[in-house]
Write a new protein. Sequence first.
Lengths: 408, 268
Amino acid sequence: MNPLLPFEWVLATRFLREGLLQTLFIIAGVALGVSVIVFMSALLTGLQASIFSTLLDFQAQIVIKSPTEAPRSLRQAPGAEFATRVQPRAQRPRSLDQWQKVRDTTLAIPGVLVVAPVIEGAAFIVRGDANFGVGVLGIQTENFLRLIALKDKITAGHAELGSTDVLIGRDLAADLDLTIGDKLTLKAASGPSVVLFVTGIFDFGNQGQNKGSVYVALRTAQSLLGLPGAVTSLWVKVAAPFDAEATAQQMAAQPGIQVESWIETNAEFFKALSGQTLSFFMIRLFVGLTAALGIASVLVVSVVQKSKEIGILRATGTSRRQILGVFLLQGAMLGLLGSVLGSLMGWGFLVAWRGFAVNDEGVPFFTLEAGPVLYLVVALGATLVGVLSALFPAQRAARLDPAVAIRG
Amino acid sequence: MAELQPPPPTEPTLRLEGIRKSYGTGTAHETEVLHGIDLRLARGEFAALIGPSGSGKSTLLNLIGLLDRPSSGKIFLSGQAAQDLADKALTQLRARAIGFVFQFHNLLPAFTAVENVMLPLLAARGRPDAAMRQRAEELIDRVGLKPWGHHLANDLSGGQQQRVAIARALVMQPALVLADEPTGNLDTQSANGVFDLLREVSSGGTTFLIVTHDPRLAARCDRVIELVDGRIESDQATVATQPSDDLAPGPARPGQPLSRDRPARSPR
């Protein structure tokens, strides 16, 4: 008997060791459940992180642009028939008024990390007889690269942009048979054109992006699109992407602008995501309940098996509270031991998954990480579940009438 | 804590006044098992409780052992009234004042002989310590089981298990030891040995009440109380202590030193 262990611990450990086979089976059961929970939690986190990073690869968390113009009615007098409808000017990028001031105000909002001015417009790539329509993004690499991980997506060349440089996507490069250092002509719909050199080829893993967009320096785009000094939007990166909507609301207080967060833009996606989170939660809940019922049933059987011993203990001075403690402790120990073993198994599954779930180039589809916090939460949770499952059997044990229990 | 007050010299170890016990109270099947028992056991007395099965012996023993509550009447243990105590206080009084030896299932099989003897001390103090173990080992030595002290209870013979139970009953130095058919499932030789041991350890002023239906054992007690149909039929002192079988040494008389060098009985 370990002199450091209190009475209840001595009894609980002995009882568990006495029914070793039962104990091992239920620990294995709890471990299996815990490993599923660990694995699924890591899967969920990894999956969502992967989807987020794919979404946010080429999208700003918050975009500030000028307000959308709606058709307006011109009226001669109140209540009269309208004279005409004024249509907003189409086919023309609208610049953001006083964008430098908006940028500075936005940068002062807490949680805002980067604000990058961007000019977006449409143009054609002219190469021989072929014309390719593309979206042109004029950017300042010094701030834009801190916002979008463009640098990591470059498969050839580099991401730095001089006034005669252009970055094109992998699919566009293949279609037009362009490589680093090649020359192309970018022609705006309104007429002006500019000759640029390919300095980098990027791959976002998304054909729309790889085919439909080119990146040029801000000034180059401004002169091409006929908007010198102007930008069409400000792209914003914040410290907490999931609070982007709240931050966006704060920014919208400034006059003359329209603000969109990525959460608003991808509302459908977020709905799907919360559905996924809910279904994962349900699975984990049921696995946890199964483990709890397993612990409870083992302890109920143990109380019946040990009723004579419990009677002897009660007759020789063990209190109801002590008996209660003995069985609650057994539940806690089963939960804790099961969760430790289950965490190891879950970790093993994760390692195995990393070996299997890779594409042809050996790059994992997405990373599965289970941090120490997850393991700690699972261990504490399983211990708590163990205690709760032991509550009913422990109360039964504590209520046993010693006279009846001994007589059997 | 229900501290046990030192009883006045005239106060017996056990005093029962008008004890009645009914089962199925409030139902159509209500039956009274004990019909008003008055009983006194003096300090150091060694008494037998006999009677046919169904006479209420076990019920009475459970009431005296504070394992059950009487329907009416009063129980005094060394002068302390026990019938109105709450469960917690009752458990504490039971732990301090009463030692039990049952017929079956006396020990926890997953614990060694010494550990089984330690259990009441452990329950009272919360944590094992060296003094506790030493006391348990002394008692195991005293009941002649020194070589078996560290064997699991399950590995001991029936007679040895009863000896461990006697050691455990004494570990809290109770005023009263209750033994319910302590030799009931033992062969004659082991039964004699266990009974001799009970007589031996009773010399320290502890009161013993032994339930038995073996008239030969009852005759070797100082006093025989006979229960018939829930009433005390007779209660008399035995004329003289009968000599025991030749196989076991003669019963120890109060005041006689214990034979500590008694040879241990071999396992089955």
